[in-house]
Design a protein around this ligand. Structure first.
Ligand SMILES: CC(C)(COP(=O)(O)OP(=O)(O)OC[C@H]1O[C@@H](n2cnc3c(N)ncnc32)[C@H](O)[C@@H]1OP(=O)(O)O)[C@@H](O)C(=O)NCCC(=O)NCCS
Length: 184
């Protein structure tokens, strides 16, 4: 994968991404609502980077992770996750992480639309969904900004680190995305 935006490159992971990847996966604020092991071990990061290097096309069932790098320096600043549902080849689920050093600079809002464009226009997805902890304001504001609709609020539905947390589910349809894209 190689997609460029004004300030970013969305691409496969490369070996040079390892230190930046480890740093943000081990940042408590970045990891706060995420399901990965914390602290995140170096060996896992090495395995992750080497497995993601080869994975360029979303497949049914498993997640792929797309590296988000600064266009000027190629520094890794985050990643976008993507999974096509096992039960429906035209529905995808996305996730996203930006290193806290780079929060609130509009990078998520710049990167995610390109992933959506790829999913809706190149892969002809019918629907894309995402879910987040109901307290994860940054995540749900980002989704709402990009045109996702809040479709469900599950109360104390997810056991996370021994506590039942609540979740929001968001979705957007291909036709809604196209309609909005036409307005941009
Ligand atoms: C969610 C996340 C990717 C947002 O990345 P970002 O690059 O800082 O987001 P952007 O700067 O593009 O902001 C997108 C919108 O969300 C809003 N937003 C971002 N962080 C926010 C915060 N902490 N509080 C309130 N609003 C916030 C922005 O204001 C912006 O909306 P606006 O243009 O209307 O102001 C980032 O906070 C993150 O990686 N969090 C940790 C990982 C995580 O929880 N991922 C989601 C898992 S479901």
């Amino acid at each position: 994968m190689f997609i460029q935006t004004t300030r970013l490159t969305l691409r496969n992971f490369i070996d040079n991404d390892l230190e930046s990847f480890l740093a943000y996966r081990n940042h408590p604020e970045v990891a706060k609502y995420q399901g990965w092991e914390f602290p995140y071990p170096r060996e896992k990061a090495e395995d992750f980077v080497s497995s993601m290097k080869e994975k360029i096309v979303p497949k049914q069932g498993g997640w792929i992770q797309i590296a988000v790098a600064l266009k000027d320096t190629d520094e890794l600043i985050g990643d976008l996750g993507c999974r096509i549902k096992q039960e429906d080849v035209r529905q995808a689920v996305i996730g996203f992480t930006i290193s806290s050093k780079h929060w609130r600079k509009g990078y998520a809002a710049e990167a995610i639309p390109r992933l959506l464009e790829y999913l809706f226009e190149d892969l002809n997805m019918h629907r894309v969904t995402a879910d987040c902890d109901a307290e994860n304001v940054a995540s749900y504001r980002t989704l709402e900004k990009l045109g996702f609709r809040r479709e469900a609020h599950y109360v104390e539905s997810f056991l996370f680190h021994g506590v039942y947390t609540s979740e929001y589910y968001y979705g957007v349809l291909q036709r809604e995305w196209r309609e909005k894209s036409g307005q941009r």
